[in-house]
Ligand binder design. Structure first.
Ligand code: ATP
Length: 281
């Protein structure tokens, strides 16, 4: 028996022996990137429920960041509801490296690199009917078995809510910060509280809130119309001490661009503060 083990009192609070139970690192579930890849910052984009515009915010953030000259990737972790490739007009299936070991992301026309479950399907309209563990495994594979060359910013489009897959992403990827996307008709306080609690548990900073579909601009006079009533975003942001990064209007041109696969050409200067926050994360 080693000296340290001999001296062990089986109570770490009172014993000073440096045995294995004191010195061993807490278990890490972080997945390693492959040796050919490097990613500097990973930003998670989360929402409380589906349809609030999380994928739109992910896409626009990636495009704005790309426009600053950075190398940008999108990991579409919304495995059962993948909408990123369509927004970028990407219809090709996934390719692999010549040795067959790594997936190669599709590259959009402005150079945003994208990987999504949609690209693995025979037909892009096929449903993804995989069970939870398979979905979580796919997310890990998109991270560790994809050729991510010199990526400065990786945006992860999370599945909505606080379920299994978001947890896997937080445990498996070195997330530098998250952006919470809400809409005015959501119970914002509750969504934010849930996201705050999850982020705290996972030890991930919240960069801020983005409210989508905040208002409609009158095409004649430019007046802002709050279609869903007054927003409570500012109060909630203050209560939790989280900055509001952007309020995005409802614009028919945005919906059209997403449908036509031309999201890269949407004017999105309303995201400038959010881009700044990501750069400083
Ligand atoms: N500000 C906006 N103006 C116009 N259309 C919008 C706006 N935001 C989102 N949309 C449209 O609403 C639909 C849902 O958006 P999106 O796919 O980004 O939501 P989501 O939160 O990612 O949903 P899910 O989690 O279910 O994938 C899309 O067709 C998108 O084009």
């Amino acid at each position: 028996m080693s000296e340290t083990a001999e001296n062990c009192t089986h109570n770490c609070g009172t014993c000073s022996a440096n045995c294995g139970s004191r010195t061993s690192e807490p278990q890490s579930f972080l997945e390693k990137l492959n040796p050919a890849s490097s990613v500097k910052k990973v930003i998670g984009v989360v929402s409380g429920k589906g349809g609030v515009g999380k994928s739109l915010v992910t896409s626009l953030m990636a495009c704005r960041m790309r426009a600053t000259g950075a190398r940008v990737g999108i990991l579409d972790a919304d495995i059962t509801g993948p909408s990123i490739p369509r927004a970028f007009g990407i219809h090709d299936g996934v390719t692999v490296t010549p040795d067959g070991k790594l997936l190669v992301p599709a590259v959009s026309s402005t150079g945003v690199e994208v990987i999504s479950s949609n690209m693995l399907l025979e037909n892009e309209t096929d449903p993804v009917i995989w069970r939870g563990p398979v979905i979580a495994g796919a997310v890990k594979q998109f991270w560790s078995e994809t050729l991510w060359q010199d990526i400065d910013y990786m945006f992860v489009d999370m599945p909505p809510g606080t379920g299994d897959v978001p947890l896997t992403v937080f445990q498996s990827l070195p997330v530098s910060g998250i952006i919470i996307v809400t809409s005015p008709q959501e119970l914002v306080a509750m969504i934010v509280e849930k996201a705050v609690n999850m982020a705290k548990k996972m030890n991930v900073p919240i960069l801020g809130l983005v409210e989508n579909m905040s208002y409609l601009e009158c095409p004649d006079c430019g007046k802002k119309i709050s279609v869903f009533g007054e927003s409570h975003l500012d109060e909630v942001a203050k209560e939790y001490g989280i900055p509001v990064l952007a309020q995005i209007p409802i614009r028919p041109a945005i919906a059209k661009a997403v449908d036509e696969g031309t999201v890269e050409y949407v004017e999105a200067d309303f995201l400038d503060d959010a881009v700044k926050a990501v750069k400083e994360a």
